[in-house]
Design a protein around this ligand. Structure first.
Ligand code: MN
Length: 425
């Protein structure tokens, strides 16, 4: 299945008149506040969010998995699916691959396919949270943190292999998320586990090509329930600092205890030039992997507020933007289209904040005014800008509508059948 320019044209045709009217009205309103909508639209056109290869099939829980129909069963079909998303929204021009779930057989063919769909290769992800068939050692009691040197060496070798695979595809970053931890007090030495993790990561760091980054993810609990070796941003930041200039902290929105002030973490890391990237998702309780912006859109906006300030006021390097979500209920492609829209919307809202007035209110200790300024931006309906950014780039005014109108899922089911299963899930 390929989405053509005439598909998009047809889908946009009926919406265009209404859309342009809304855009015109909004542009005039924003112009009165001194905001140039064209500049915002250009920034939205530039924003590209990588799609993880594991989000294209229905995810599952420990209780079960309900497969969708027409799922991509290999890396080729997964990249094709991202091509479909990108054709619709023009904001998803990269894939974040999971190894070993998505090891290419024919690198040249994969590179050609990705190129033909304007897809790049973002950070590659290693996996030492499960054992693979025939694996010599087991990660049951940890990988990079394991007390057993042979297990640590296996996990280090795997990460080096992931770097090699990424190099062949043009990736520039390795994301490491560790399940390592303990489920019971006393199960292991917390201090030694961190020390082992640092030493193992140092070995991996040495194998990084010159222009690569290593992104160290953190998570407070799950799958282990008493301690996680890299439990929070502080531990990740500590390791990133110890490792060196190519190491950064990766913030996964779902990897925080309830009510954590994530925007504060983001801005602190940017001040220290150590924020490497994002895994976007949303949640109510824990690592729920819900659609970005579906539960806490205001928090997402506040995070983008810090990001927008950080871009202009710190020297933090450009970020890897990735979605990390996958669940049972929705069509994964619809879920991803919604997630990318939510990210673009939060970015746009943050871009129209009156920074000068906000600074003035802060200096005058005018708390009520400061809140008004933020919420004025948040409560302005900027959806016409998102639609226009996609339209100007050759995408759909309403990507989800277009997806349904074109009948993408039905076509994929025709091509792949109803029982195809996404690899790795
Ligand atoms: Mn993640």
């Amino acid at each position: 299945m390929k989405i053509t320019a005439s598909h998009i044209e047809e889908a946009n045709e009926t919406l265009e008149k209404d859309h342009l009217e809304s855009l015109d009205f909004l542009s005039q309103r924003l112009a009165k506040k001194g905001i140039d909508t064209n500049l915002i639209i250009e920034k939205l056109q530039e924003l590209q969010i990588a799609i993880p290869s594991w989000a294209l099939g229905a995810g599952g829980t420990r209780f079960g998995r309900f497969s969708g129909a027409g799922e991509p069963s290999n890396i080729i079909q997964k990249i094709e699916d991202i091509g479909l998303i990108h054709a619709l929204n023009k904001s998803s021009n990269a894939v974040s691959l999971h190894i070993p779930w998505d090891i290419p057989q024919d690198y040249e063919a994969i590179r050609q396919l990705a190129k033909s769909l304007s897809i790049q290769f973002d950070a590659v992800n290693s996996n030492t949270f499960q054992d693979q068939v025939g694996q010599k050692e087991s990660y049951k009691y940890g990988s990079l943190a394991n007390t057993d040197q042979a297990v640590r060496e296996l996990a280090i070798a795997h990460n080096k292999e992931v770097i090699n695979i990424g190099e062949k595809l043009g990736s520039k970053a390795l994301t490491v998320w560790l399940a390592d931890g303990s489920s019971f007090p006393g199960q292991y030495s917390i201090r030694k586990a961190l020390q082992n993790t640092h030493e193992s990561l140092s070995e991996i760091y040495k194998a990084l090509p010159e222009d690569w980054k290593i992104l160290v993810e953190y998570k407070p609990y799950e799958p282990n329930f008493y301690s996680t070796v890299i439990q929070d941003w502080g531990t990740s930041f500590l390791l990133a600092n110890k490792l060196g200039p190519k190491a950064y902290t990766l913030v996964d929105l779902g990897h925080h205890l309830p009510n954590t002030n994530i925007e504060q973490i983001v801005t602190t890391l940017m001040s220290e030039e150590k924020l490497g990237g994002f895994h976007f998702n949303d949640s109510k309780y824990g690592d729920d992997d819900l659609t970005v912006g579906s539960v806490k859109p205001y928090q997402l906006f506040l995070i983008f507020h810090e990001l927008v300030q950080g871009f202009s006021e710190t020297n933090n390097p450009p970020l890897s933007w990735m979605i990390d979500a996958s669940h049972n209920i929705k069509d994964p492609l619809e879920d991803l289209l919604q997630s990318v829209e939510a990210i673009k919307l939060a970015f746009a809202q943050a871009l129209i904040i009156d920074q000068k007035a906000l600074e003035e209110a802060q200096n005058n200790h005018d708390t009520a005014k400061a809140q008004e300024i933020l919420q004025d931006a948040y409560r302005t309906d900027l959806r016409p800008l998102i639609a226009e950014a996609a339209r100007r780039s050759g995408g759909a005014i309403a990507p989800l509508n277009a997806y349904r109108q074109i009948g993408v899922r039905n076509q994929l089911i025709k091509e792949r059948g109803t029982s195809s299963k996404a690899s790795g899930l």
